[in-house]
Design a protein around this ligand. Sequence first.
Ligand code: SMG
Ligand code: MG
Length: 369
Amino acid sequence: MRLHRLELRRIGLELVVPFRTSFGTELHRDILLVHVTTDAGDGWGECVAMSAPFYSPEFVDGADLAIRRFLWPMLVEAGDIAAADVATILEPIHGHPMAKAALEMAILDAELRASGTTFHQLLGAERSVIPSGVSVGIFDDLDELLAQVQGYVDDGYARIKLKIEPGWDLEPVRLVRDLIGPEMPLQVDANTAYTRTDAEHLCRLDEFDLLLIEQPLPEEDLLGHAQLAERSSTPVCLDESIVSLQTAEDAIEMGAAEIVNIKPGRVGGYLTAKRIHDLCVARDVPVWCGGMVETGIGRAANAALATLPGFTLPGDISASSRFYARDVVTEPITVTDGTVSVPDAPGLGFELDLEFLDSITTSTDFLDA
Ligand code: SMG
Ligand code: MG
């Protein structure tokens, strides 16, 4: 297809509750949406870069600039392209996977809509529902944490993930395990907050029968994760460290990733995410789909991705209402009996609520091809 125009649209959304992790607190989201118009129709993508570079080096203003200055011009220059070509065309640009992923996503959405195909049909997956997990932030006090967790249990989520950091780990995990009982799947995510010297302390989490511990150490520290994986009976899962197919392969080879969290934005797009899935299946490494506090745009695509057979663990694909009072899509993501239904509309699976979208738009800019 030939690209005609790119719309860069920024929207502002408030979270229903502050979301605190080991690297900061999110209260308000400044989200970049990209909308491509092509000779075959149009499509939308959501950039998962956060406002500030605390989760990864990318941030929303930087992604916006990278798209304007480099990525969009390269795609235009390439002429007649398919979604499957995007990653290769953009390969000369180092980094910026979230910016690249947003563009690939919009082009993929346009391509699928044009052919009347759903994303999960393209993937060839057979499930129509996927298990839904919820990610729970850090709180000032334990009672507040327990009240939130109880609320999510009542909502029917299939698994709970607790954010941890030094000083907020063994005690909250113990109390939540007591609250939810021994059967309910529970996991933790440190977002790189520990160091190798904490290995002995982290092994004390073993008694809580966790599904996994996610990214305890800095993203570059593959060896430290491999050493921890040797010592601890809780499986070590990598999130921030997995930035490409290559890093996934190396981490698995080194024993640093017993489980992989796949986030399409972090690896440069949904098509690379699928390749990482395939690699993990071949290596017998379980995967699950991570979340970046997406709107229903990103969540719809994530739900389709998670229908692939290697996604054997519940993902961070919670209901729209987990973070947002109102979603930008006409059919918000909902959780029923611990599952999310995979959207069935052509394209990535969402329809936008344009009236609402306009009301939360903070800026719009157009780039012609
Ligand atoms: O989208 O449900 C969600 C949030 C899941 O915890 C989540 N994401 O490290 O996995 C992670 C974090 C990254 C974003 S935190 C602002
Ligand atoms: Mg994580």
